[in-house]
Design a protein around this ligand. Structure first.
Ligand SMILES: Cc1cc2nc3c(=O)[nH]c(=O)nc-3n(C[C@H](O)[C@H](O)[C@H](O)COP(=O)(O)OP(=O)(O)OC[C@H]3O[C@@H](n4cnc5c(N)ncnc54)[C@H](O)[C@@H]3O)c2cc1C
Length: 305
């Protein structure tokens, strides 16, 4: 049987998709595509599955019903150049094969990530790990860039000085900041790649790793377009509701207004402020609205207790 390819993936092979200021994602190779998922699934269902005629329908069915192993039949291999602080988040995904550039062996080039001015934000007040959408004044941004560039401009000559003094590369490298770029080969199957994308394309993921995840997603879509579309529909842009959230949504669909008490999921004591609003229940309500993708009008903040 001929190798499974798509024209879109073939066109992307070996192209460096630029990410951030010096980084890239490059699709090095891939094995399989939508039809390998279908092939594997038909083995497990046997000839009786002729009712599931269309490949796309079968892939959607597998994704909806979390029949995951057929997606593992597809593999993608990437060459990625990324800042060390992004690599630290990325490497937490343990279900891939990785081979990283060794700075015990080679010399680090003079390339460091410096955020674009529009990516400089204040700390978010609502999300302890995130950035605020509030605009940062021009002079503050300029100072941030001065500090970040200053740190890299100071560290690289010192790194070179250590190398020139004959100090071991494995020691000299510890003078460099985590904005320095590293490179690796990263190979993963489609099932685990979707898991990576669902976590790292999410708006809660850090902006910088999201840029990489989007480039990886572009390659993935080229390799297995039906599977990628099913992933977007049933995972990436889907929402998983808790038992109580589901009951609240059912109530609203039936036209019964929700009350604060609906959000007290586990029966723990909940305090209401003088304005009749409970901070914890308000935050749960926002979380549910966020999952469903609706915003709560300010005038409806207060609910019946
Ligand atoms: C927004 C965000 C914030 C985060 N914040 C932090 C943080 O503050 N601190 C921090 O340390 N990490 C943080 N992480 C990393 C996070 O906890 C996970 O380590 C990372 O997302 C990888 O997820 P994973 O383990 O599901 O993926 P993978 O390692 O790819 O694993 C995939 C799945 O395989 C299974 N699996 C793999 N290896 C094992 C194993 N050894 N034992 C059991 N099951 C296994 C699990 O089911 C797992 O879900 C954050 C991640 C995100 C997306």
């Amino acid at each position: 049987m001929p190798r499974i390819t798509t024209p879109e993936a073939e066109a992307l092979l070996d192209q460096e998709l630029t990410v951030l200021d010096h980084g890239f994602v490059r699709l090095v190779d891939y094995m399989g595509g939508d039809s390998s998922i279908v092939q594997a699934a038909r083995v497990s269902y046997g000839p009786g599955t002729k009712t599931v005629r269309e490949d796309r329908n079968l892939i959607n069915y597998l994704m909806r019903h979390r029949h995951t192993t057929p997606f593992e039949m597809v593999e993608l291999k990437f060459h990625v150049k990324l800042p060390i602080f992004v690599a630290r988040q990325w490497i937490r995904h343990r279900t891939a094969n990785v081979n990283e550039q060794s700075l015990r062996y080679s010399v680090m080039p003079d390339e460091f990530y410096v955020p674009a001015p529009e990516s400089i934000n204040f700390q978010s007040r609502s999300n302890r790990q995130g950035r605020s959408p509030e605009a940062v004044p021009e002079d503050v941004r300029a100072r941030v860039l001065e500090i970040l560039k200053g740190a890299t401009e100071a560290s690289y000559p010192q790194y070179q000085e250590l190398l020139e003094a004959g100090i071991a590369r494995e020691l000299a490298r510890i003078s460099l900041p985590v904005s320095a770029y590293t490179e690796w080969y990263w190979k993963i199957d489609l099932y685990n790649l979707f898991h990576f994308l669902s976590l790292r394309c999410d708006p809660h993921a850090q902006y910088e790793i999201r840029q990489y995840a989007e480039a990886v997603g572009r390659c993935t879509q080229a390799v297995a377009p039906f599977a990628y579309a099913a992933f977007v529909e049933y995972q990436l842009e889907a929402a998983s509701l808790s038992k109580h959230e589901r009951l609240i949504v059912a109530k609203l669909i039936h036209g019964t207004p929700a009350a604060w008490s609906d959000f007290a999921y586990f029966g723990e004591p909940v305090e209401f402020g003088e304005d009749g609003v409970s901070k914890i229940l308000q935050s749960r309500r926002r979380e549910l609205a966020d999952k469903i993708g609706v915003s709560i009008p300010v005038e409806s903040e207060a609910l019946a207790t």
